[in-house]
Every structure is written in structure tokens, then in C-alpha cells.
Write a protein that binds this ligand. Structure first.
Ligand code: SF4
Length: 338
């Protein structure tokens, strides 16, 4: 049966999402589009104004939700991009749809570009709140502020607070390990201090940048290179999934290694059949030796290793880029520009 035409049983009981016999999914996210206002140097998803305009369709979102909530308890939904507010009315319709399933947390990250015009920011924030959004994260660091004036972000934050959005995060990334001194970390600290002082109600989340996506092409000079890190990657033990506009399903914390395509097969079936140990790429990174196993696979096929790598994700990402032609439908999407 063609999954996209499959009839899904609808009833209010299924929509309640309260069956304790179902397995949990900690986080389910919808990557609405790869388009962004920015082309940040560190972006793991390669979002940019130049990416193609493919956008998640409402019918797909509805089908994913009906399917997944019939079989799993979803604890949190996030909307990602690119910049998720670029198609604002569609985003609002998506949030309203998720809200129908009584999923307790609905959130999104944004770069806050829409704070430029104060009255638009107010309207956007009120509509997001009314639709059911209860948390919003503002990306605030040296990379984003190369494109977005901090004053615009401030107006967007204030609008969200005034609209009553419960949780507001400031989200930033450090470059080159904790305490590393470089121009990006200095600038990021200045930005987050400024915002934290002005908006005490915001929670600051800072993480270490992993070297994949655009960071692997533009930022490796800021890392002290290690020969070849050999630790395994443990993220796949946590049930968190992301679906992109073309239906590719990834682990939420790492884009680029698919576990199936939800336009071709039920999302629930993809998730329930996923075995991280048996997956041809993920199996290698979770095994002893970690991403170094991918490096060995790539070298066997002719890849020339670099002199050093910034971290294990850098090894993994470089090897996967080389291996992509050998693993169609697994190392996807293959159509993003760098
Ligand atoms: S090691 Fe590889 S699979 Fe794990 S998070 Fe890094 S890039 Fe992703």
C-alpha cells in the first residue's frame, strides 16, 4: 500500500496521546525548510538564503502526527529550519495542528530577525502564543549577530515575553572547547551578557560547537586538532527524531544520516524498525572506535585523511561526505549547497 494514500483511523481517543502502554519519544522535530535569512559560519544544517525552497507541507505534517501519536507518546515537538518564522502563516497552522494532540511542549528556535519591526514582532508573538507555542529559543552568539542586529533580537524577545510565551531561552554555542579564547567566544560572551542583563527572565543555554556542516568548512582553524579521536557517539540511544521537508528522518541531534523517508513509509514503522546497531553508518559510529570506523571505510574507498581533526564529529562528517555516493538514501540530503 502506498503510505501517502493510507487511510488513518481517526478518533478522539487516539488524539489524546495518553496511552501509557505506548513508548515515549522525547523529542520530535519538524525541519520546515532549509531556507534562512542568514548563512552562519557554524550552521550544522547548512541553512542559507540560497538553499532550495522545499518546504514541509501541511498534509505531510498532519499525517506524521496522526501516525506517530497513534503509536508513541511524544513529549515535545519542535519546529526547526532554516529560520522557521520565514513562512509565518504556515508555521502557525503547524503549531495549531500539534496543539490538537495534547503534546505538552511545543517550541522552536529562531534568530529573531522578525523583531526588526516592533509592531510586526508584537503580532507574531501573540499569534505564536495563541497557536499554542510555549517555548522559544533565541539564537544569540557571534555567528548569528554577523547577520541580525541585537536590537532586533531584543524587540522579538520582549514581544514574546509580553505575549506570555512561558519559556524563553537564549541559545549560544562556544567554539573550540570550554574556556577557549578566540574572537568568536569573546563576542558571544559580550552578546549573551548584554541580553541576560536586560532580560532576566530568559534562560541561557550554552553548548559546545560540534564540527560538522558549515563549521567543518569554515571554522576548523579555531580548534587545536587532535590526531584521530576514537570515542564512540552515544546520541542514538536517546529517542529523538527530526523529519525534513523531503521526508528524510534523522536523529534529532545529528542531521545527514537518515533512518528512512516518511514520505515513502510510515514514520512509526521507520522509528520502530530502527536499530542503531544494525544501521550501516550509525552502527559504525556507536561501535567501539566510533567515527574512526567510518574513516577507515572511506580510506578503503580512496579518501585522503586530513592532518588532524577538530573533534569526532569532524571525522564523521568528513568521512560521510566522501562516502555519500556509496550510500544513497542513507547519507542524505545530497542536494544541499555548502
Ligand atoms: S559523531 Fe557523527 S553521528 Fe555522532 S553526532 Fe557527531 S557527526 Fe553525528
Amino acid at each position: 500500500m502506498n503510505w501517502t494514500n493510507r487511510e488513518i483511523i481517526k478518533n478522539d481517543d487516539k488524539k489524546m496521546n495518553d496511552d501509557t502502554t505506548k513508548k515515549p519519544i522525547n523529542f520530535l522535530s519538524f525541519l520546515i525548510s532549509y531556507k534562512c535569512t542568514n548563512e552562519c559560519k557554524h550552521c550544522a544544517l547548512l541553512a542559507s538564503p540560497n538553499q532550495d525552497g522545499a518546504q514541509m507541507e501541511f498534509g505531510d505534517l498532519k499525517r506524521y502526527l496522526e501516525d506517530i501519536t497513534s503509536n508513541y507518546i511524544v513529549q515535545e515537538v519542535g519546529f526547526f529550519g532554516g529560520e522557521p518564522l520565514l513562512n509565518f502563516e504556515i508555521l502557525v497552522s503547524f503549531i495549531e495542528e500539534v496543539k490538537k494532540y495534547n503534546i505538552p511542549k511545543i517550541g522552536l528556535p529562531t534568530n529573531g530577525y522578525w523583531g526588526k519591526n516592533e509592531s510586526t514582532a508584537k503580532i507574531y508573538a501573540i499569534k505564536l502564543k495563541e497557536a499554542g507555542l510555549n517555548s522559544i529559543g533565541f539564537s544569540a552568539d557571534a555567528f548569528h549577530q554577523e547577520f541580525i542586529p541585537l536590537d532586533d533580537v531584543k524587540k522579538a524577545i520582549k514581544a514574546c515575553h509580553d505575549a506570555g510565551i512561558e519559556i524563553i531561552y537564549l541559545v549560544s554555542q562556544n567554539l573550540g572547547g570550554s574556556g577557549a579564547k578566540n574572537i568568536y567566544n569573546e563576542k558571544t560572551k559580550e552578546i549573551t551578557d548584554n541580553l541576560s542583563n536586560e532580560f532576566e527572565y530568559c534562560q541561557l543555554i550554552t553548548s559546545e560547537l560540534q564540527v560538522k556542516g558549515r563549521a567543518a568548512n569554515q571554522l576548523t582553524e579555531y580548534f587545536s586538532k587532535v590526531t584521530i579521536p576514537s570515542d564512540k557517539c552515544l546520541i542514538f540511544k536517546i529517542p529523538m527524531f527530526m523529519i525534513d521537508p523531503n521526508g528524510w528522518v534523522f536523529h534529532q541531534l545529528c542531521h545527514g544520516i537518515t533512518i528512512g523517508n516518511a514520505k515513502k513509509k510510515s514514520l512509526s514503522d521507520i522509528i520502530s524498525e530502527f536499530s542503531y546497531r544494525k544501521h550501516p553508518i550509525i552502527g559504525k559510529v556507536v561501535a567501539r572506535g566510533g567515527p574512526q570506523n567510518l574513516l577507515e571505510m572511506a580510506i578503503e574507498k580512496g579518501y585522503k585523511p586530513l592532518n588532524g581533526y577538530a573533534d569526532k564529529c569532524h571525522v564523521c562528517y568528513s568521512a560521510r561526505n566522501f562516502l555519500r555516493p556509496y550510500y544513497p538514501n542513507i547519507l542524505e540530503p545530497s542536494n544541499l549547497c555548502l
